[in-house]
Design a protein around this ligand. Sequence first.
Ligand code: ADP
Ligand code: MG
Length: 251
Amino acid sequence: MQAETISDTHPIIEIEEMHKWFGDFHVLKNINLTVHRGERIVICGPSGSGKSTLIRCINRLEEHQRGRIVVDGIELTKDLKNIEKVRTEVGMVFQHFNLFPHLTVLENLTLGPIWVRKTPKREAEETARYFLEKVRISEQALKYPGQLSGGQQQRVAIARSLCMKPNVMLFDEPTSALDPEMVKEVLDVMISLAREGMTMIVVSHEMGFAKSVAHRVMFMDDGEIIEENEPEAFFTNPQNDRTKLFLSQIL
Ligand code: ADP
Ligand code: MG
């Protein structure tokens, strides 16, 4: 266990009575979620239930209309001046990698640090090589994303986020676009991150992953978090009928 610091007593993410609409469509309804440093949360639920929208609100890729979202002490509001600060604080990995195809792996990793964080190029490259090693892909540094497999591209995307030294990592179905044989290599990288104490919110239906790393699993349906529990109880003894139905379909 890491030594406790003063900041450990403050949650890194606090969401209170948060609502979001797309036009007339009430997509997120009264979301309450507190995440402490080092905590790992898995969110599951049917397609269209609002999982992506919820995590996109946490780094302000989407705006909420009611309630509060506070990330490491910064409240996300309309007149947010330090949006870049929030974005560097919170790393995000998407289902479809979102790498820049015309840049090499190394350039994908150094772009943010050089342009957003104003890190000197040489230092940015050192950091990039360190994280490429961590995701076990250092030999691919000078290739272009199109020359890599899906699993390799997703590991590059994870390394790219880590280069910004985030305090929280959000993953939106990071393995659902991958061929089955590549899922494990990406989950293994995420498991190592978890072991190092990274705070993580992961939208995923990978139950093995949830059982081995999550502190809490949440189930979303129709814009609400309707059930939450520690993984063992969540999977073996779900309470809500909608959770039961969902689990019976995916397990
Ligand atoms: P999930 O990730 O759980 O599949 P999403 O958060 O992507 O769900 O979407 C939740 C609902 O919001 C869906 O009905 C989707 O069609 C709708 N939605 C998502 N993005 C937009 C948008 N930009 N504009 C309007 N509706 C959207
Ligand atoms: Mg989604």
